[in-house]
Design a protein around this ligand. Structure first.
Ligand SMILES: Cc1ncc(COP(=O)(O)O)c(C=O)c1O
Length: 398
């Protein structure tokens, strides 16, 4: 046989968010003054107490294999953390992984058989469909537009279920829309999930980054029936500014956890031992840094949403969580820039980076071909500079 490669692996789309961020970094390295709104990670350092825990782990020689599912002390701490979400898990229901993405990979490897459908509400985080496909699943998209605050309804979920549906992905707060589902909305979705007897993969990665009066509700906490069907995914990456440390975790039924543990034991043995000690400190140590980061994000969010909604041709709902503003740019289509029509969101993003030195994420890969995503995980100074440049571009449209 010729040296052919895996069709499944080759069908995976490269991450466009990482690509634009890399392009902006490259331009910066070449001395170009680019404002990058692509960031998918907080711009704060990992808090000192967390770094110190890792240094101590090294000094104490905590540098060997750990149990595949993570150390017992960390899994116990995660159980305590889940109590704040009103969910009771025991340590053997917890799998610590090498980051949120890895948890999702474990989940879909554990629950999917070839051809099983996974319902993904659009807009969605671009990795979901690719991770599902890699586990032989079939992504099925339901669109939730701006008029419904980018959140799907129970009716839409019910209508999308077929006899092949295995799971539904819920992401609240959402990347990219920043929207948060209310308790009532979750209750209605949970009723459908229980009725259709499917899993819900609840990605709560941005749980701590919720602003104003919104509350985070974990769907697993609603009742025993939904608890059995929920795989709650979380991690330390976004809340504790620990994106490089690679620690994610799940809470699920013992049966699902056991299969994920076996899969992980062969694929990676265990999550990094030092990073596990750091994650433990993140969960049990002072939460002051989370609050400080949240306060700063909230100020940036308020400023950014207001500015965007004062510009012509673009608008955005005020995000309730995460650190992204999801901007509707549909009105720019068919407008002229330098004698050419703006035709697609990619076209718009290319003009912005090339002519105005602003990197934005075109959201085609997030299931919305007329929106861009702007991250506010950059300084207020840069936000101001970048928004001025976007406005300058909009003012040139005719
Ligand atoms: C919604 C969502 N879930 C999970 C992740 C993955 O997090 P991690 O960096 O821990 O893999 C991300 C990262 O962008 C995300 O936006």
């Amino acid at each position: 046989m010729a040296l052919t490669l895996s069709k499944k692996a080759m069908a995976v789309k490269p991450s466009s968010t990482l690509a634009i961020t890399a392009k902006a970094k490259e331009m910066k390295a070449n001395g170009i003054d680019v404002v990058g709104f692509g960031a998918g990670e907080p711009d704060f350092n990992t808090p000192e107490n967390i770094c110190n825990a890792a240094i101590n782990a090294l000094k104490e020689g905590f540098t060997k294999y750990t149990p595949a599912s993570g150390t017992l002390e960390l899994r116990k701490a995660i159980c305590e953390k889940f109590k704040y979400n009103n969910i009771n898990y025991e340590p053997n229901q917890i799998i610590v992984s090498n980051g949120g993405k890895h948890s999702l990979t474990n989940v879909f490897s554990a629950i999917l058989n070839p051809g099983d459908e996974v319902i993904i509400p659009a807009p969605y985080w671009l990795s979901y469909p690719e991770i599902v496909k890699l586990a032989d699943g079939v992504p099925v998209f339901i669109k939730a537009g701006k008029s419904q605050s980018y959140k799907i309804t129970a009716k839409q979920l019910e209508e999308a279920c077929t006899d092949k549906t295995k799971a539904f992905i819920l992401n609240s707060p959402s990347n990219p829309s920043g929207m948060v589902y209310t308790r009532e909305e979750l209750e209605a979705l949970a009723d459908v999930i229980v009725k259709k007897d499917i899993f819900v993969v609840s990605d709560e990665m941005y749980e701590h980054l919720i602003y104003g009066d919104e509350e985070h509700v974990s769907i697993a906490s609603l009742n025993d029936e939904i608890y059995k069907r929920t795989i709650t995914c979380n991690g330390v990456s976004k809340s504790y500014s620990m994106t490089g440390w690679r620690i994610g975790y799940t809470g699920s039924s013992k049966e699902v956890a056991k299969v994920m543990e076996s899969v992980q034991s062969h694929q990676t043995s265990n999550p990094n031992s030092i990073a596990q000690k750091a994650a433990l400190e993140a969960l049990v140590g002072s939460q002051d840094s989370v609050l400080a980061m949240k306060k700063e994000f909230e100020e940036r969010r308020d400023y950014m949403t207001e500015q965007i909604n004062n510009m012509k041709y673009v608008s955005a709902l005020k995000p309730q969580g995460a650190f992204y503003v999801f901007v509707d740019v549909s009105e720019t289509f068919d407008k002229m820039y330098k004698g050419q029509k703006i035709s697609t969101v990619d076209n718009l993003a290319t003009i912005l980076i090339e002519d105005f030195k602003v990197a934005v994420i075109a959201c085609e890969d997030f299931g919305f071909n007329d929106h861009i995503r702007l991250s506010y995980a950059i300084s207020l100074k840069n936000i101001k500079k970048g928004l001025d440049r976007i406005e300058e571009f909009l003012n040139q449209l005719s």
